[in-house]
Design a protein around this ligand. Structure first.
Ligand SMILES: [Zn+2]
Length: 324
């Protein structure tokens, strides 16, 4: 079967959020409001294609590639320039040529292993072209399952189609696993239900670089995709786990946004736990989501995570508690 075009079908008004809201251009958001039938995945692909690409040396032989709204991607090079390389997350398929150029600028080795840190399209849409060029795709069984059939993502009001068969992960991570490679030890550890049900962390232990997927962001409040198995209490646990793994020297690569440190993980964990506990108690007392919003449960965190995304986050937590 050839690639079929992936189309995100709009299935409802959904929430005002357009993916990672803190970085959402206002103009694009307004455009969406006027065109409720707009194909969202196509729109995100377009943004990704037009976005600048930035490649930076992180530590050791690890480079970071950023091209929002693609997820942050890492490349682990071999001992010499021709050795095969490993990559984490594949971004949008529309970014193929920009990513190929970036990869060429870093070395000549082909990417022989691609690791998906979760199933969402901004982490997996480029799987097929990387597989065609020789990459075995590694991910959790949940990532594979969600990429195999249509997925309703309620928070974005979108129905996401399966990816081309050749892009599906074939090397499945069911429990924590260590990959030894070119002097680097890479530990993969599934979160269980958190941002969604498919995520895992990747810790490059020698370089001490911890990549989190969307269980941790530095662009604003978290997103809980409860309709594909996300859980607020699970996200609290994932945040605590990340904080436990990190030390003062760890470079923390979030799913989206700038590289952070252990201290940022600690704040993130405290924030999610506090907001979760507050909203859980309010819901149990029978407060509606509008009552909860009026009480401004995120007020003390808004200076750090952005007041713009607060309402979406509060609604998201409330709905996630209702759903799970
Ligand atoms: Zn993401």
């Amino acid at each position: 079967m050839k690639n079929h075009p992936r189309r995100a079908v709009l299935i409802g008004a959904g929430l005002a959020g357009m993916g990672l809201t803190a970085r959402t251009p206002r103009a694009a958001s307004a455009q969406f409001e006027r065109s409720p039938s707009l194909d969202r995945l196509k729109m995100w692909e377009g943004w990704a294609q037009r976005a600048p690409i930035r490649v930076s040396a992180l530590r050791g032989r690890i480079h970071l590639i950023r091209k929002e709204p693609c997820a942050n991607m890492l490349v682990l090079s071999g001992q010499d320039g021709d050795a095969p390389r490993l990559m984490t997350d594949s971004g949008y398929a529309s970014c193929q040529s920009a990513l190929e150029n970036a990869l060429r600028s870093l070395g000549r080795g082909k990417i022989d292993r691609l690791i998906n840190l979760q199933w969402h399209w901004d982490h997996t849409d480029g799987n097929a072209w990387l597989h065609r060029q020789g990459a075995v795709v590694t991910a959790t069984p949940q990532t594979r399952a969600r990429l195999t059939s249509y997925q309703l993502v309620a928070i974005f009001g979108a129905l996401i189609p399966p990816i081309a068969h050749e892009g599906l992960p074939t090397d499945l991570v069911r429990a924590p696993r260590v990959i030894q490679r070119d002097g680097e030890r890479m530990r993969l550890e599934p979160y269980g239900p958190a941002h969604d049900d498919s995520g895992m962390l990747a810790h490059f232990e020698e370089a001490n670089v911890l990549q989190t997927g969307d269980a941790f962001l530095t662009v604003g409040y978290p997103i809980i995709d409860y309709s594909t198995g996300g859980s607020v209490s699970g996200l609290v646990r994932a945040a605590r786990r990340l904080y436990e793994i990190a030390d003062a020297d760890t470079l923390v690569v979030p799913g989206h946004g700038d590289v952070a440190r252990r201290h940022d993980l600690q704040q993130w964990h405290s924030m999610i736990e506090a907001v979760y506990e507050t909203i859980r108690r309010q819901r149990a007392k029978g407060l509606t989501v509008d009552d909860v919003l009026l009480s401004r449960p995120t007020a003390r965190f808004d200076p750090l995570y952005g007041a713009n995304g607060a309402e979406l986050f509060v609604r998201n937590v409330y709905e996630a508690l209702e759903f799970t």
